[in-house]
Structure formats: structure tokens, C-alpha cells
Design a protein around this ligand. Structure first.
Ligand code: PLP
Length: 364
């Protein structure tokens, strides 16, 4: 069996796989209503929120688009706090829908600086919302969201958070950190297949929704809310993924959120130590290295493409390469969801064999 160690989709436990073969049910019937209500209640616990939480059928990017079109109007000024590929994507969506995006970029591999966020907001009082990525999957960096949130809330702005690869794995108390919209995706730490974006919506986000003029139909939070009151979704949902999520959320609540967060922290540490023991170095600034994905610099003659190929073909271990400008320069190990320290030890052992075969150590 392949060992899928990319930062999503992540492997599903057998309990989850089993329900994926269940027959379809009426998505407007009582059985689905009970499942949807149960999933929503469990998600609220794991998001640590009393806000509304919706299941949107689509990938995480759909959830990012939903956050923007439900809270903003064309011409609104938005501060984009970006530390990598996904920060840029969030900004690109806002721009596409007519927001005036003010970029605040940090060097890839580094976290955002909360003081710089505060200064940018003070410099432009008309900014309405701040876009921020909690965990930047492209660089393996976790932002200090609590500090960024303090800066954003001091100046009373809307805080839209891409938490796609952090929620459910890394601590993110949505209410305590005043996230107005937080977005995640079923295929990440949630141990379910792709197909659902899960979003929380605060009172402040609802107030913004009242005046938000960006075009929206499929993603309209008001429709999601009115249908959820009947135990439904406005459009046909990814029923099988909802079945899967229902089981994986039960498993997560049985493990307990603090234990899940602690396990990801141990697994993240084991990955970083294992990588360093091989003579490789981390791409991320270690103080902010992510506990769900580790990005590793290509160095010392390593041919990343060749390494990924040997890992895949000879060892059935699937790791991720770098994205965009980081292609060929880094590789990434996903360690979110259904993963243990032993799984990581296995990856490190295989890397020890494959690295020299892929040129590592041959640099002249
Ligand atoms: C931080 C982050 N944002 C956005 C996305 C995009 O999500 P999706 O591929 O589900 O659209 C991802 C997926 O890797 C991600 O990790």
C-alpha cells in the first residue's frame, strides 16, 4: 500500500473507508438531517466556536472564495498578509472579485510579523478586512495567529482566516482568537476524502454580509444558514464525504482535541529532528515550523524530482514537491490527520536510503 505523506489529501482510517461504500440516501430526508446536524455540532466543538459552522461542497479554495464574496464589496480595501503560495491565492480571489488588495508580504519560510500588520492597518484606516493564512502549507510555516488577531482586532477589522491545513490539527480557538470566517477542508487533518469546505461565520461577518455586494450564488452563507435550519444544505452535498466526516469527527472527539494537537506537535517535532539527523535543513524558520507539514531545503546535490520518483516507484512513499517558485528547491512531508511518530520514522528510514541515490552528498 502506498504511504501517502503529502499535505492533503491525507489517508483515511479504515472506519472512514467503510462508510464510503454506503448506499446514497435522500439529502432532504431525516437520516441526512441527523447526520448533518451531528457533523455540524461536532465541528463546532473542534473549531472551539459558538459561531455558525457550514459545510460547503467544494474544495478549500471554494471556502476561501465564500469567505470573500460573503463579506466584501468591490472596491473594499483588504490587507493581504501573505507568507507563501496560499496567501497569494487568497489575495488573488479578493482581487478577482474587485477588492482593492494591499499586499503585506513576508519572505517565504518566515512567519508574518504582527507589528507590521498593525502598522499597515494604522497607515490605511479604510482597510475593511485582513486575509491571513494560519498555516502556510507551501512553506511549512505556522503564523502566530493569536498576535496577528490582536493587532487586527485592536483596529476593529474583519479577520478572514485560511485555516485549511491547521484546523483540527493545530490549536486554533476560533472564538478566542476572534476569527470572523475560518475555513478548512475535509481532506486535511480531518481524515476524510476531499469534497467539503467547512467554514465558521461570526456575528461580525454576518454584519458584513448584510452590506457585501460581491456577486455570489452557490456560496451564499445566508442560503447555507436557512437550509441548515431545516437540516439540509442548499445544493446537493458530497453525501459520501459527509458520511466519512461523521465517522472521522467521532474518532477525533474520542481522541480529544488537546490530544490531537499534542500528537501533531510530537509528530512535527519527530519529522524535524529526523530530517536534521539526515543532514538536511528545514526551509521554515524553526520557531514557527508547522506541525502539519515540513518543508525541507534541497541541498548538497540533491535532485528533488529524482528523489520523489525513487521514493514513489521503489518504496511507495509519496511526498510532495515545492510549488511555484519553490519547485525543485524544496520538498514537503505532510503529517496531518491519521499519522503517528512511527509513520514518520518509516519515512525518515526510507529517505536515508534514497537521498544518496538522488545525488545528496555528491555536490562538488
Ligand atoms: C493553506 C491552504 N490554503 C488553501 C488550500 C487550497 O485548498 P484546496 O486544494 O482544497 O482547494 C490548501 C490546500 O493545500 C492549503 O493547504
Amino acid at each position: 500500500m502506498e504511504k501517502l505523506r503529502i499535505p492533503g489529501p491525507t489517508p483515511c482510517p479504515s472506519e472512514v473507508l467503510q462508510v464510503l461504500s454506503k448506499q446514497m440516501i435522500n439529502h432532504r430526508g431525516d437520516e441526512f438531517m441527523q447526520i448533518l446536524n451531528g457533523v455540524t455540532a461536532k465541528l463546532k466543538q473542534l473549531f472551539q466556536t459558538k459561531n455558525d459552522v457550514f459545510l460547503l461542497t467544494g474544495s478549500g479554495t471554494g471556502g476561501l472564495e465564500a469567505a470573500i464574496v460573503n463579506t466584501l464589496s468591490p472596491g473594499d480595501k483588504v490587507l493581504s498578509v501573505s507568507i507563501g503560495v496560499f496567501g497569494e491565492r487568497f489575495a488573488a480571489i479578493a482581487k478577482q472579485f474587485g477588492a482593492e488588495v494591499i499586499p503585506l508580504r513576508f519572505e517565504w519560510g518566515k512567519p508574518a510579523d504582527a507589528d507590521a500588520v498593525r502598522q499597515a492597518l494604522q497607515a490605511e484606516p479604510k482597510i475593511k478586512a485582513v486575509l491571513v493564512t494560519h498555516n502556510e502549507t507551501s512553506t511549512g510555516v505556522t503564523n502566530d495567529l493569536a498576535s496577528i488577531s490582536s493587532a487586527v482586532k485592536e483596529l476593529d477589522k474583519l479577520l478572514l482566516v485560511d485555516a485549511i491545513s491547521s484546523l483540527g490539527s493545530i490549536n486554533l480557538p476560533v472564538d478566542d482568537w476572534h476569527c470572523d470566517v475560518a475555513i478548512t477542508g475535509s481532506q486535511k487533518g480531518w481524515m476524510a476524502p476531499p469534497g467539503l469546505a467547512m467554514v465558521s461565520v461570526s456575528q461580525k461577518a454576518w454584519q458584513a454580509h448584510e452590506n457585501a455586494k460581491m456577486p455570489r450564488f452557490y456560496w451564499d452563507f445566508a442560503k447555507a444558514k436557512s437550509y441548515l435550519e431545516k437540516g439540509q444544505t442548499p445544493w446537493t452535498p458530497a453525501v459520501s464525504t459527509v458520511f466519512a466526516l461523521s465517522v472521522s469527527l467521532e474518532m477525533m472527539l474520542n481522541e480529544g482535541l488537546p490530544n490531537i494537537v499534542a500528537r501533531h506537535s510530537r509528530v512535527g517535532k519527530a519529522t524535524r529532528e529526523g530530517i536534521k539527523s539526515l543532514g538536511l535543513s528545514l526551509f521554515a524558520q524553526e520557531s514557527h515550523a508547522s506541525n502539519t507539514v515540513t518543508a525541507i531545503k534541497s541541498s548538497n546535490g540533491l535532485d528533488v524530482k529524482k528523489m520523489l520518483q525513487i521514493l514513489r516507484e521503489e518504496h511507495q512513499v509519496i511526498l510532495a514537491g515545492g510549488q511555484q517558485d519553490l519547485s525543485g528547491k524544496i520538498f514537503r512531508i505532510g503529517h496531518l490527520g491519521w499519522v503517528t511518530e512511527d509513520d514518520i520514522k518509516a519515512v525518515i528510514s526510507v529517505l536515508k536510503i534514497v537521498l544518496p541515490q538522488a545525488g545528496f552528498g555528491n555536490a562538488s
